[in-house]
Write a protein of this length. Structure first.
Length: 217
């Protein structure tokens, strides 16, 4: 036995004398820990039981999504609101009412025929902005949702939703209302309903932005 191993063994015995126990080494099969969902129902279970970041400690529940899982239109918000988390419902509050009206009056669709979800599936702690690690923990869930739903067009609400999904840091006003490609899909960033609450004069702009998607649906 080498001198270094002798010193190590001596320290292990010293630690054991303090009350620590040792176990035989074991093999962790990563495939058992990280399984790619084979369908959207399996994906839902993964989201609902997720503990990949600290937001799992402060949430009431994870918010998977709402609407038609074969929808032509997918709407992506950035984070779960406090009201959504408390009520476990989508389209809550004044922001939700505006979004409902957009779906009905502009997109000419009921909310049941559109798929609505968030990039970050849990309510941020104390309404803080999610950290990059929290966004990165959730993003694979969203990308999987997109692949299962296969929408004809994705609508992102606000700058943060678009930027964190695509990685595009272009000035929001330069890309807002313009349809571009994201992977194999068309994507349209628009103003967030909360922005429209504070700036009602921008509702007409959003109406015009959304009219550009008619040839895709």
């Amino acid at each position: 036995m080498s001198f270094q191993n002798l010193i190590l063994l001596q320290n292990l015995y010293r630690i054991k004398s303090l009350g620590f126990n040792y176990s035989d080494s074991f093999y962790i099969n990563e495939d058992d820990l990280i399984k790619t969902p084979i369908n959207i129902d399996e994906l839902k279970k993964n989201i609902l039981s997720c503990h990949l970041c600290d937001l799992s400690k402060s949430r009431t529940q994870s918010m998977v999504g709402f609407g038609n899982e074969n929808a032509d239109i997918m709407i992506i918000d950035y984070t779960v609101s406090k009201n959504e988390d408390i009520e476990n419902k989508f389209y809550t509050g004044k922001s939700g009412e505006i979004l409902k009206k957009i779906c009905k009056n502009v997109l000419k669709e009921s909310i049941e025929n559109i798929y609505f979800t968030h990039l970050v599936k849990c309510k941020p702690l104390n309404s803080n902005t999610p950290s990059p690690s929290e966004c990165n923990s959730c993003k694979p869930y969203l990308l999987a949702q997109i692949e299962f739903i296969k929408p004809k067009i994705i609508i992102t609400l606000g700058q943060e939703s678009y930027k964190n999904l695509t990685g595009d840091i272009t000035n929001f006003e330069d890309i807002r209302g313009h349809i571009s490609n994201f992977k194999n899909y068309k994507i349209l960033p628009i103003y967030h309903p909360n922005y429209l609450l504070r700036n009602p004069e921008s509702k007409k702009t959003t109406f015009n932005d959304l009219n550009t998607i008619k040839r895709y649906i």
